[in-house]
Design a protein around this ligand. Structure first.
Ligand SMILES: [Zn+2]
Length: 153
């Protein structure tokens, strides 16, 4: 990605993106769920780390990670202007992502992180398969936990 923004413009763009999440990718995923009859998800749930989507019954948290902001291995770019600012910022994002994932897992959640690029039309059938696999796993896990609780009581 070319470093086309001035510092102030970039901060402005960044604050807009950070404060509201990325609506486009979230909406694209919601659309994908609907088109593929994937149900049981909610948005804007008060869950640690503010997942973009939550499947409350499955205790599955879904994040859509922007390729730039979350340093996707395929598309991460390193801006040349203000290089050290960006290095710190992007590293901090990665650390926060890890912390959020780890914290959620330690409290019984499954975490599914989806890259922005997986929402490209050519990748969606693979993405849907991945989502189904994870929701099925989460469902089995939830069922076995419920069964254990029942037999224990
Ligand atoms: Zn990517």
């Amino acid at each position: 990605m070319a470093d086309v923004f001035t510092q102030s413009k970039r901060s402005q763009v960044m604050s807009r993106i950070r404060s509201h999440g990325n609506k486009n990718t979230e909406l694209a995923l919601a659309k994908l769920f609907r088109a593929n009859d994937i149900t049981g998800w909610r948005r804007h749930q008060p869950v640690f780390g503010k997942p973009d989507f939550v499947f409350p019954k499955l205790r599955l948290a879904v994040f859509v990670d922007g390729c730039f902001w979350h340093s996707c291995p395929q598309h991460a770019t390193k801006p040349k202007n203000n290089a050290s600012f960006w290095r710190k910022k992007l590293t901090a994002n990665q650390l926060r992502d890890k912390l959020v994932t780890r914290t959620l897992r330690s409290t019984g959640w499954s975490v599914l992180r989806i890259w922005e690029h997986e929402l490209a039309a050519k990748n969606t059938s693979q993405l849907v398969a991945r989502i189904r696999k994870r929701t099925n796993e989460a469902r089995r896990r939830t069922n076995s936990r419920t069964a254990k609780t029942r037999s224990a009581s």
